[in-house]
Design a binder for this molecule. Structure first.
Ligand code: MIG
Length: 771
């Protein structure tokens, strides 16, 4: 059967929007020059990071040239082939003029991972996933479209994985065997050309390595961005901001960043500050800097429609804004009232936006938080109506974009809007602050965003359910190529009660992006807004985060080199262990730390599955001893009695490791660090600090776990991009036969003088780091 014969004319398709399974089964294998959409398609093949990649290019009839890809930046050597030997056999079917369906087998036991931000456990199988960026704040099981759209799915069968990536800005829908028929179906709603990548077979790590080779990796973040960030919607005036800063320092709650939400602006006009409430904005930011705080400001894409507002009048004059199909400027309601939207698809618009960011850099703002960039409108809510069965014609889209290929209906490029805004922001910041590492945070995103920004998962709620879901959701973000991710610690919506705040910090200190944030109503959520006892526990957890910064910074290096996310499912390292593969209420932070937090109210112990090997409980001696927080802890505290800062005692690691390959029921009192260290690891840690400004001078301790252990330590300035030109030091660390050895791997950075030591079972000795 040739593909042409298999393609029914649109009218012949008895159509049901939701269940592609009901389409007539007239699928066909995609061959060379198949007549798809009565257009063209062709296969190519190559190898990326030792992983086989097959690529299908689909050129619908009447389509112009292949649009430039936002996602894919690598140009490996593609070899045209008649028929690809792809890891996954794809069949296709045309069902409408602008709708394309792919089918593939999903045998029982194959797990589905990736797809960016999905409100789901780790395994995405058994559901339909619509990918069309949407600001839907109802994060419950019924939510479908989310803020982000990542058409990248990994099929995991034990240690063997393969993956499908659709490089398109158009909406897609992934039906991952929702009807238990062992069939996967991908719907692509596109009029423009797109490309389908099939990767594998390979290990999970190699799949992600190849995928991030194609779509790029995150640059090293500035070190301060790895510290604790404090935010609230909103700190409405200077006095409040100063007060927050003062209380954080007075209570010794380590924090690097204060984040300003929409109320710093003058009636929500971007690139302005309120004269009444923030009369000395630059001074405020200078004073915060003197107290070792960085300031991050929110920037939404919408521009207030106001003839007296220069950003609006200039943008209007230059035709920088999206229009309706009639040609009039598109206007919707958002925070500023009537609002217009920059057309970030255009190079000249991105340049203009980036140039305007100087407003912030001139005032000392350290990073930019891009919100509402799905883009979100107060009026139009859900873009891809659920009963859609193909892409509407351009004139029916609410707004239009201009691109080198001509005018395009919004829906077909909507998924790129947030990412392109981040690109504009990144490129602008690079100009204003060259040679500096940038920090941008975004809510909407698509594949490749990792080159520009960190992501958070939007408006969660102060519910245990959302604490629990944060783990699989962030794991799938990492597996979608985005390592720098987190959720609002404490939860955004509703009131966070003390117990939940402590539990959330127990998990949150291990999120790559670590920010406490909550909404405008209800109870304050800053750690000092709770009782002294709650604050003490939270402080100690944040201190643990700061102590782990050398390890965490090392993981960002690892991501840059290999594409590995920081938060990894257990199957990343233990793919041959079927139990490990199913677990999504625990995760690995790098290869050496396993995190298994309490995720339910009232629980004081939990079942922890430790994979093969032996594991040390990560805990502080003082509390372990006084509260009996772990079976493995036997040593009495050696540290001094806790001071107000709670930081005098060193971490003490239980001397008896737990045996893996089984479940342990372990005590987890409130405030315990829910982590375990792999036997054989050396973890570099610093002393407690109030902000990362102290990092370069802070003593480093290499904690050795086991009689034979290995580790790594990388040091750099944590701020500039000089590391790209060799300005960093790297050492291999090894412990064996009672001896600690250090081997320099790279030198190129002048480290500050600091104490360096190792700690093995409580006995410590100085270490010299040779260059
Ligand atoms: O319509 O800027 O997800 O973090 O505090 C709400 C106000 C707009 C949504 C973001 C949230 C932020 C809030 N924003």
């Amino acid at each position: 059967m040739t593909p042409t014969q298999a393609t029914p004319s649109p009218a012949e398709v008895a159509f049901d929007w939701q269940h592609a399974r009901k389409l007539p089964r007239q699928r066909a294998t995609i061959g060379a020059d198949a007549d798809i959409f009565a257009g063209k398609s062709y296969w190519e093949q190559c190898e990326v990071e030792r992983v086989k990649v097959a690529r299908l290019t689909v050129m619908p009839r009447g389509a112009r040239a292949l649009p430039a890809s936002f996602a894919v930046v690598a140009e490996p050597h593609w070899k045209p082939v008649k028929e690809a030997k792809a890891a996954i056999k794809l069949e296709w079917q045309q069902s409408r003029e602008a709708r394309f369906d792919l089918f593939f087998d999903l045998p029982e036991g194959v797990r589905c991972l990736g797809l960016g931000e999905r409100y789901s456990g780790l395994d995405l199988r058994g559901a339909v996933h619509t990918l069309c960026t949407t600001d839907d704040t109802h994060h419950t099981e019924s939510i479908d479209s989310t803020y982000k759209a990542f058409p990248f799915v990994i099929l995991q069968d034990g240690n063997t994985c393969s993956a499908i990536f659709i490089d398109t800005s158009a909406p897609t829908r992934f039906d991952l065997d929702s009807e238990l028929s062992e069939i996967g179906n991908i719907e692509i709603y596109s009029r423009r050309p797109f490309q389908v990548y099939v990767l594998g077979p390979a290990s999970l790590a190699n799949i992600i390595s190849a995928y991030t080779h194609l779509t790029g990796r995150s640059q090293l973040p500035p070190r301060w961005a790895l510290g604790h960030q404090q935010c609230r919607w909103s700190y409405p005036d200077e006095k409040t901001v100063r007060d927050v800063a003062r209380k954080l320092r007075a209570n010794k709650i380590p924090t690097d960043t204060i984040v300003l939400d929409i109320d710093y602006m003058d009636e929500y006009r971007v690139f302005t500050t309120s004269k009444q409430r923030f009369p000395n904005f630059a001074r405020l930011i200078r004073d915060l800097a003197d107290a070792d705080f960085r300031t991050v400001t929110i920037v939404d894409p919408g521009v207030k429609q106001d003839a007296a507002f220069p950003i609006y009048s200039q943008g209007k004059k230059e035709a920088y804004f999206c229009t309706k199909s009639s040609g009039e400027t598109f206007v919707e309601k958002v925070w500023p009232g009537l609002t217009v939207f920059p057309d970030f698809l255009q190079d000249r618009v991105r340049k203009w936006w980036g140039a305007n960011l100087q407003f912030y850099t001139d005032r000392g703002v350290a990073g930019i938080w891009n919100d509402m960039n799905e883009p979100a409108f107060f009026g139009i809510k859900h873009m891809l109506e659920v009963d859609i069965d193909e892409l509407p014609p351009d004139r029916e889209h609410p707004l239009m974009h201009s691109s080198p290929e001509g005018r395009i209906g919004h829906l077909e490029v909507r998924n790129l809007y947030g990412s392109l805004m981040c690109r504009a922001t990144y490129e602008g910041l690079q100009k204003h602050r060259p040679n500096q590492r940038q920090f941008i945070l975004t809510r909407s995103a698509s594949p490749g965003i990792q080159r520009y920004a960190a992501v958070w998962l939007g408006d969660n709620t102060s519910w245990y359910e959302h604490l629990r879901k944060s783990i699989p959701m962030l794991l799938n973000m990492g597996l979608s190529g985005v390592p720098f991710c987190g959720v609002d610690v404490g939860g955004f919506g509703a009131d966070c009660l003390p117990e939940l705040l402590i539990r959330w910090y127990e998990t949150g200190i291990f999120y790559p992006f670590f920010r406490n944030h909550c909404w405008i109503t209800g109870r304050a959520q800053e750690p000092y807004a709770y009782s002294d006892d709650v604050m003490d526990k939270v402080r100690r957890l944040i201190e643990t985060r700061y102590r782990l910064l050398p390890y965490i910074a090392g993981l960002f290096w690892e991501h840059w080199r290999t594409g590995a996310p920081l938060m990894r499912p257990l199957s990343w390292h233990y793919g041959d262990d079927p139990i490990a593969c199913e677990i999504d209420n625990q995760f690995m932070l790098g290869s050496d730390i396993l995190v298994a937090p309490i995720l339910e109210r009232g629980q004081r112990r939990r079942a922890v599955y430790l994979p093969k090997g032996r594991w040390y409980r990560f805990e502080f001696g003082r509390d372990a001893a006084s509260k009996g927080s772990g079976k493995a802890s036997s040593k009495p505290s050696k540290g001094k009695k806790s001071s107000k800062s709670g930081s005098t005692s060193e971490p003490l690691f239980g001397s008896e490791p737990l045996t893996g390959g089984k479940v342990h029921i372990l005590e987890m009192p409130l405030g315990a660090v829910p982590a375990f260290v792999r036997e054989g690891a050396i973890i570099p840690m610093t002393d407690v600090m109030q902000s990362t400004n102290e990092y370069s001078r802070s003593p480093i301790t290499f904690h050795v776990f086991g009689a034979t252990a290995k580790g790594k330590f990388i040091d750099d300035d944590g701020a500039s991009t000089d590391h790209l030109r060799g300005a960093y030091n790297e050492w291999m660390l090894a412990f064996a036969n009672g001896k600690f050895r250090v081997e320099p791997m790279h030198s190129g950075y002048k480290s500050s003088a600091r104490t360096v030591r190792y700690d093995h079972n409580g006995s410590t000795a100085q270490v010299k780091l040779p260059l």
